[in-house]
Design a protein around this ligand. Structure first.
Ligand code: ADP
Ligand code: MG
Length: 920
């Protein structure tokens, strides 16, 4: 590929040079100003006289800085050829060269000449080497430094353009032209390991770009990068060059193809432009100025800088013969062909004029050639133009126009830009390598670190165990030493003791012998203090013994005391226990007494009522006229009942009394005094326990009062007793309806919800259970929360309560099953199941408590009789309980009931079959 992008380039325009280089006509031929301008120009061209292209690469100085540029123009005169030598033998050449003055004199006629100044004037004797060095070398050096460069040859056909540019020099090395020498220089300069050279070779004919390396590729598009203006020919063959020989072969191949193409198109090479493009891509190791400032950090910073790649493009253009501009059409070309042939060349001329005049518009787009040269000519590149002329006066016109072309080109300024970019890929590669190295290094260091830790640990362990050993040894030594010391001192003491014993014995003996003798003798004096000492010791010993005995006594005394305390404590505990028991007994006694008191109270009430009534009767019998004003309020109230025609015959006195007394008792249910209320409710409950009393109680409004008590009091005892009474009353069907009508379910439910005492709950549950047995009340009971209340009470867990709950459920289920079989209508599933009773039933089906179990078994059997429940029962596991009941139940009737229900339900049968259960 050709150059594609360039960044980092800096350009500037050297405006001063333009005016100083103006040399055009004979009018200014010998002016000193011209000379001065020539000199100033040569000063600016820093490198050698050979530097035509705006200074050598080195003159670029600070790398990024642009290079002053102007199209450098050299003129080259071809030696007379054989024909000219003969034909023009008598004529003087039309030009006279003054190479040392870099001037060319064009003879207008025998008496007048025009003088032109060029950057280089190359005579017919100029060697190819010299031409290369002054025309091409600076440009090539620029390309190696990353600038684009162009070398063009312009001139009439046969004046040596191809000779100058394309001569291969295979026979004579001295003949090698610019292309060959340029490649030699490039190859010598680059490093093939890091740099690359690629070449395209093209022909531009009739505004068509043809690939000279691949003739089939004959319409190559020119592409301009809108961002940086780089021109490229992506369609052109690009050949990598690694040595001179392959380049020569490539040139030959191109030449052969050019010849073939021209034959095919019936044209000649002079009508086409040949274009060689050499792309040089170089990796710069270090940037100028960076390499010198190396300190500790520079390694890193440098390595983070992407490597710089310089891309230079050298374009060598062997233009079509310049005579075409003027002579086209006059040589029998079709107009179209002439236009096409000339288009590029005349466009080049126009562009050069526009550039020379610093015009705002340069018509680069007018032709393929100018589009192709856009980034290589008058733009950002270094450009050298060699104009070739022949000596023959016969071609004076052509020669003159060629010279004028060269003169105009000399005024074209270039903005020379370095084509440089950062090679992030290779930086990334390099960094990756660095990273890998660092990772490896890190791994090594980690390993070393771990090893070191291990080593230190082992060492520490060793040191510790050594220290321990040393310590143990030292301890052992010390122990031994002490033992020895101890033994020795014991031995010494023993020796001393035996010595003393002996001494003592001897002294005693001596004492005995000398009895009655002089007691002031030395012997006596030495024994006396010893005896004293002994007696003192004895005394001391005695004292010690005494105090020991005293201490022992004290200890014994304390022990004794302790025992006493313990005994007292134990007796205290038993006392407490005894008192507890007493308290319990007392409480029981109290309760009993309370019950008795209640009974007595009621008896008293009854007695007093009886007495009242007797008195009244006596009075009535005695005096018919006595007004009823003295009658008790109660008797008045009950009068209509007493006079009830049904009882008119002669009600028993006791019964009559009872009725009157009952009313009074019931009125006491609403007494202010809580005690009275409690006693009253107990009396009522006692009465309600007797079936015979129930009707009267209800008729006297007792049921209502009892229900009111549930509502209006918060006393749990009252609740318990009242609920018990209600439960008793609820045995009767009529009463059941009354209870329901008076909102009994609601009252019982709230009582149940608030009660803690299992006995209260038992009573409430009993009452509801009774209500559950009424066929007519099923729906109402359920809708008012009766079943929910029942199920709520299982929280208490007391077997008595559970038994009542189970009884209620069984009652309810029984009614339901009865209703379903009687009505024969298919109803939905049981209300019990809907209220969630089934899971409780299943959970408790195996309970140990017989009362609960019996009810549950019955409930299951009843539920199972309704097919609408079957599915749910299967799901909840109730069917298994039925199976179990049908096998294990101790009661024959329930067993067979369970069996019957199982075998008569299609759902159960299907399920049992599915599970391969045989129930026989
Ligand atoms: P152009 O390419 O401009 O048409 P050529 O390069 O083909 O001209 O040159 C025409 C002839 O003149 C060729 O035979 C070439 O060898 C010869 N010739 C041109 N310039 C020189 C020179 N400086 N010295 C010797 N022979 C030359
Ligand atoms: Mg030629």
């Amino acid at each position: 590929m050709s150059t594609t992008s360039g960044t980092g380039g800096v350009s500037y325009r050297n405006g001063t040079q333009r005016s100083s280089l103006r040399t055009q006509s004979s009018a200014s031929t010998s002016s000193g100003g011209q000379k001065a301008s020539v000199k100033s120009k040569s000063v600016l061209r820093k490198s050698s006289p050979a530097a035509l292209g705006g200074g050598s690469s080195k003159s670029g100085g600070g790398g990024d800085a642009g290079v002053p540029g102007r199209v450098r123009v050299a003129v080259r005169l071809r030696p007379r050829n054989g024909e000219e030598l003969i034909a023009d033998a008598d004529f003087a050449d039309c030009v006279e060269l003054q190479p040392e003055l870099k001037r060319l004199k064009l003879r207008k006629n025998n008496w007048d000449t025009d003088t032109f100044e060029f950057d280089e004037v190359l005579t017919e004797y100029a060697s190819q080497k010299r031409v290369y060095e002054v025309v091409a070398k600076p440009v090539v050096e620029g390309v190696l430094d990353g600038y684009n460069g162009t070398i063009m040859a312009y001139g009439q056909t046969g004046t040596g353009k191809t000779y100058t540019l394309g001569q291969l020099g295979e026979e004579d090395v001295a003949d090698r032209g610019i292309m060959v020498r340029a490649m030699e220089d490039i190859l010598a300069e680059v490093s093939l390991e890091t740099d690359s050279i690629s070449v395209s070779y093209l022909q531009l004919y009739m505004e068509t770009v043809q690939d000279l390396l691949d003739p089939s590729n004959d319409n190559i598009a020119i592409v301009e990068d809108p961002k940086n203006g780089d021109v490229s020919l992506p369609g052109a063959t690009l050949v990598e060059i690694r040595d001179q020989q392959s380049f020569l072969e490539l040139l030959q191949l191109g030449e052969a193809h050019r010849f073939a193409a021209n034959t095919k198109l019936n044209t000649e090479s002079s009508r086409s432009h040949a274009i060689l493009m050499v792309n040089v891509r170089r990796s710069m190791k270090t940037r100028d100025g960076l390499s010198s400032e190396s300190n500790g950090n520079s390694h890193m910073t440098k390595s983070l800088k992407p490597p710089v790649v310089r891309k230079g493009k050298l374009v060598v253009v062997d233009l079509a013969g310049s005579e075409r501009i003027n002579k086209s059409g006059s040589e029998g070309h079709t107009l179209e062909e002439a236009k096409s042939i000339n288009l590029s060349l005349s466009a080049l001329g126009k562009c050069i004029n526009a550039l020379a005049e610093n015009s705002s518009h340069v018509p680069f787009r007018d032709s393929k050639l100018t589009r192709l040269l856009r980034d290589s000519f008058g733009g950002t590149a270094r450009t050298s133009l060699v104009i070739t002329i022949g000596p023959s006066p016969r071609h004076r016109g052509e020669t003159t126009s060629t010279i004028m072309f060269g003169q105009r080109a000399m005024k074209v300024e270039n903005m020379v830009k370095i084509k440089e970019e950062f090679d992030y890929k290779s930086l990334s590669r390099r960094l990756e390598v660095q990273l890998d190295n660092l990772i490896e290094e890190n791994e090594r260091q980690q390993k070393a670190f771990v090893d070191e830790i291990e080593r230190i640990t082992v060492e520490a362990h060793n040191q510790i165990s050594e220290a321990e050993k040393r310590y143990a040894n030292a301890l052992e030594d010390e122990k031994l030493r002490y033992q020895n010391d101890y033994m020795e001192s014991i031995k010494k003491l023993e020796e001393n003791w035996s010595k003393n014993q002996k001494k003592l014995a001897a002294e005693r003996l001596a004492l005995g012998e000398k009895n009655g003798l002089d007691i002031t003798s030395n012997g006596n004096r030495s024994i006396a203090p010893a005896l004293e000492e002994v007696s003192e010791l004895k005394k001391l010993l005695q004292k010690e013994a005494q105090s020991k005995m005293a201490a022992e006594e004290e200890v014994n005394r304390l022990k004794h005391q302790l025992n006493e305390f313990k005994k007292v404590e134990a007796s205290g505990n038993s006392e407490i226990m005894r008192l507890h028991k007493m308290l319990e007994n007392e409480t029981q006694q109290k309760e009993k007494l309370e019950g008795e008191i209640a009974t007595l109270h009621s008896q008293l009430l009854q007695l007093s009522l009886t007495a009242d009534e007797t008195r009244r009767n006596l009075e009535q019998h005695g005096s018919e006229k006595t007004s009823g004003a003295r009658d008790s309020l109660m008797s008045q109230l009950r009068l209509p009942q007493i006079q009830d025609p049904g009882n008119a015959e002669k009600p028993p006195v006791a019964r009559l009394f009872e009725q009157v007394g009952l009313q009074k008792i019931l009125s006491l249910l609403e007494a202010e005094d809580a005690d009275v209320r409690i006693h009253a409710v107990k009396v009522v409950a006692n009465l309600a326990a007797e079936e015979a009393n129930q009707q009267q109680i209800v008729e006297a409004g007792g049921l209502t009062s009892l229900l009111m008590l549930l509502k209006n009091t918060e006393d749990e005892t009252i609740h318990r007793v009242a609920a018990g009474a209600i439960a008793n009353l609820a045995m009767n069907e009529t009463n059941q309806e009354l209870i329901m009508d008076q909102g009994g379910i609601g009252l019982l439910s709230s009582t149940a919800a608030n009660a803690e005492d299992p006995q209260t709950l038992r009573m409430v549950a009993g009452a509801i259970a009774n209500l559950c047995g009424n066929d007519k009340l099923q729906t109402k009971l359920r809708s008012e929360g009766g079943i929910a209340a029942l199920l709520g009470m299982v929280r208490c867990g007391h077997p008595d309560v559970l038994a009542q709950v189970a009884r209620g459920i069984a009652n309810f289920a029984k009614c339901e099953s009865r209703a379903s079989t009687q009505a024969g209508t298919k109803r939905g599933k049981s209300l019990l199941i809907e209220d969630g009773a089934l899971s409780w039933i299943v959970q408790n089906a195996k309970t140990e408590t017989a009362a609960i179990r019996r009810h549950i078994e019955l409930a299951l059997c009843h539920l199972a009789q309704h097919e609408g429940n079957a599915k749910e029962m299967v799901k909840e596991g109730a069917m298994w309980e039925l199976v179990r009941i049908s096998r294990d139940c101790s009661r024959e009737d329930i067993r067979s009931l369970a069996h019957r229900t199982l075998t008569s339900s299609p759902t159960f049968l299907t399920e049992l079959r599915r599970l391969r259960v045989d129930i026989r």
